[in-house]
Design a protein around this ligand. Structure first.
Ligand code: PMP
Length: 456
């Protein structure tokens, strides 16, 4: 390492508390400092090239050096670098983007509220739905249904919706009324001998039982990621979403699709809800909306919800919610350009084709001695490592071999995310056939290296 990198590493360790990082281990290990990006690649300070197999944080659709996004940002910076959208003010990029999202999302989703992160967007969902039910004179209808291992963010309400122990334990959460239902992942949560369709039927029956137990008049909304991503890349069993949708309709419960990762083509369809054949009342969008070049998220919802909120403001005042950066002009201008590129370059279609290749390429790795299950859809995949393939017994402690594999992957020039012992891939939508082959090859080399490290 050169002097600059040494001093940077030292400065990082001295000053930064990193998100989702073991602070004590970081003091020993220091950061991998990424210096620049190009297409699907990023480069560290020493010039080593990596395929960014997680598109940053599941988010960079168009690659790491798209000049059109830079130009869009500069143009907007020069014209109007900041303005807000409070108190009857607006600006063109946020208006155009809202219009575009209404056009792109399924029929019926007609209104948009902007935030800067997925977490803020999910907190907004909670408050929007509570505000609406107060407006409709049913203040008892406030509870949320979510799923174990679901991921919806880290702010107080969104972390409450998240169904992962690390996001609750030691943070005194959940802090809002939420019931977490069984995770719809057959490999881990099915009973012995239970088929996928039996498993699905059991989950739907469980959901109905919880609704009846709590009382439908107390349940405001069901929230879920179409394909659960950050909790471990877990596609739902066939028929799950139509079953959940039917229950929501039957009991007057709003259905919220958290599309923060699935949205804008990740699964090879425009949105996850379209992919799995259901129609939500609310969609939460972020990440690929701007390829994360600028922080941005959006809550897109029905006119019915809007009308209730608008009526309430007539009775009790303004809708008392919003962020300084809601609809930020530079972020929304960049998002508009990013969405134009996704359309012009047919990146959703590319995700479908390259996604098929990725899934077919990874499938044989299920025979690797370390791998319990290979799963995914479109351009998102997970490989779960187990100590015993027959019994699905995890390694002890969970997370250790995942971390080892992530290190080995980096040495092989492939960055992915280890979620416990599930290795998650989610490459940029611009990947080519050659990149997909390289990803598969490097993943196989990573598994072999990890297996050797285990036995040495
Ligand atoms: N929802 C989902 C489905 C996510 O995957 C994430 C982030 N990975 C979030 C919400 C939270 O987004 P943010 O990190 O921007 O707050």
């Amino acid at each position: 390492m050169n002097r600059l990198s040494n001093s940077l590493v030292a400065a990082d360790v001295a000053a930064v508390l990193h998100p989702y990082t073991n602070a004590r281990a970081h003091e020993q290990k220091g950061p991998l400092i990424i210096d620049r990006g190009e297409g699907v690649h990023v480069y560290d300070e020493a010039g080593k090239e990596y395929i960014e197999g997680l598109a940053g944080l599941w988010s960079v659709a168009v690659g790491f050096n798209e000049p059109r996004l830079v130009e869009a940002a500069v143009r907007q910076m020069q014209k109007l670098p900041f303005y807000h959208t409070f108190a009857h003010k607006s600006h063109e990029p946020s208006i155009r983007l809202a219009e575009k999202l209404v056009e792109m999302t399924p029929e019926g989703l007609d209104r948009v509220f902007f935030t800067s992160s997925g977490s803020e967007a999910n907190d907004t969902v909670v408050k929007l739905v509570w505000f609406m039910n107060n407006a409709l004179g049913r203040p008892q209808k406030k509870k949320f249904l979510a799923r174990t291992k679901g991921y919806h963010g880290v702010t107080v309400a969104s972390a409450s919706l998240t169904g992962l122990p690390n996001n609750h334990r030691d943070f005194d959460l959940p802090a809002i009324p939420v019931r977490h239902l069984t995770c719809p992942h057959h490999y881990r949560f099915a009973h012995d001998g239970e088929s996928e369709s039996e498993f699905c039927a059991r989950l739907i029956a469980e959901t109905e039982q919880v609704i009846l137990e709590e009382g439908p008049e107390t349940i405001a909304a069901f929230i879920g990621e179409p394909l659960m991503a950050a909790g471990g890349v877990m596609p739902p069993p066939a028929g799950y979403w139509p079953g959940i949708e039917a229950l929501c309709r039957k009991y007057d419960i709003l259905l919220v699709a958290d599309e923060v990762i699935c949205g804008f083509g990740r699964l090879g369809s425009s949105f996850g809800a379209v992919h799995y054949g259901f129609t939500p009342d609310i969609m939460v969008l972020s990440k690929q909306i701007s390829s994360s070049y600028m922080p941005l998220a959006a809550v897109v919802f029905t006119d019915e919800i809007y009308q209730a909120v608008a009526d309430n403001t007539n009775k009790i005042g303004t809708f008392g919610h919003g962020f300084t950066a809601s609809g930020h002009p530079v972020a929304t201008a960049v998002a508009l350009e990013n969405l134009a590129i996704i359309e012009e370059r047919h990146l959703v279609e590319n995700a479908r084709q390259m996604g098929d290749l990725l899934q077919v390429g990874l499938a044989p790795l299920a025979d690797h001695p370390l791998v319990g299950e290979v799963r995914g859809a479109g351009l998102i995949a997970g490989l779960e490592l187990v100590s015993d393939k027959a019994t699905k017994k995890p390694f002890d402690p969970v997370g250790k071999i995942g971390a080892l594999a992530a290190e080995a992957g980096q040495e092989e020039g492939l960055i992915f995310r280890a979620i416990g012992d599930t290795l998650a891939l989610c490459p940029p939508l611009i990947v080519t056939e050659e990149h997909v082959h390289q990803i598969v090859q490097r993943m196989e080399a990573t598994l072999n290296k990890t297996a050797r490290a285990l036995t040495s």
